[in-house]
Design a protein around this ligand. Structure first.
Ligand SMILES: *Cc1c(COP(=O)(O)O)cnc(C)c1O
Length: 221
């Protein structure tokens, strides 16, 4: 896959009003600084250890999005600085994020990661799982997290019809949760979907946030 320039990509996102999260996992601080110097501030990382190693060496106004599977025992390492956790897939994890965020007097925006792909390997909640979390009596006690929307990953396939369906599924989950739990809460507004190979489809379906790595940085090792 040939890489594209940041400005070219932003120009493509602009008419759709979608935000770019530049996924920098496996890529160096120098590579991140190239995009930073062109004005990019939102970066996405998948692994706690890699993120905590990079973060202190980079500008403090970078908005770090955590997008990988997050173990509860590692939340404490990113809670002081993480801008958004996009991969929340349990109430237990949400409770731990709340607990760690409270220690730093922070409110951490979170997305509910929903399973939309056919592939068994993908993490995530069903609509029913997400409803159960939001309806749980423990949920209103969480004062240091904010549910800002949903995130999902489509199947890795060339079948654009299938990918479209999966993104539509995520949008339907967003709409259902919005109606039931966030009708009057504008902060529940994000549908994070679309990666290097499928962001154009996500834009058509109505993504608000694309997470793009290889298209910007080149292939990962
Ligand atoms: C790696 C990753 C991306 C970016 O993938 P690319 O294909 O390199 O654009 C986006 N979202 C998640 C959750 C990822 O793990």
């Amino acid at each position: 896959m040939a890489t594209t320039s940041l400005s070219q990509l932003l120009e493509e996102l602009q008419p759709h009003g979608a935000q770019l999260v530049a996924v920098s996992k496996t890529h160096s601080e120098a590579a991140i600084m190239v995009l930073y110097n062109q004005g990019q501030r939102a970066f996405g990382e998948n692994w706690v250890q890699e993120l905590v190693e990079k973060q202190p060496k980079l500008p403090t106004d970078i908005e770090w999005h955590f997008i990988g599977h997050l173990q509860t025992n590692k939340v404490k390492y990113i809670a002081p600085f993480v801008h958004m956790i996009e991969s929340v897939d349990s109430l237990k994890l949400l409770q731990e994020i709340d607990k760690q965020a409270s220690k730093h007097n922070r409110v951490i925006p979170c997305l509910l990661e929903c399973r939309i792909a056919q592939e068994e390997t993908k993490y995530g909640l069903t609509l029913e799982d997400a409803r159960a979390i939001l309806a749980d009596s423990a949920f209103p006690q969480l004062r240091h997290i904010l549910i800002a929307g949903v995130m999902g990953m489509a199947s890795f396939t060339d079948d654009t019809t299938q990918v479209t369906k999966e993104f539509e599924r995520l949008k339907a989950i967003f709409n259902a949760l919005k109606t039931s739990f966030f009708a009057s809460d504008d902060r529940f507004c994000e549908i994070s979907m679309g990666m290097s190979g499928d962001y154009r489809i996500a834009l058509e379906v109505g993504t608000t946030m694309v997470r793009i790595g290889s298209l910007l940085f080149g292939p990962r090792e």
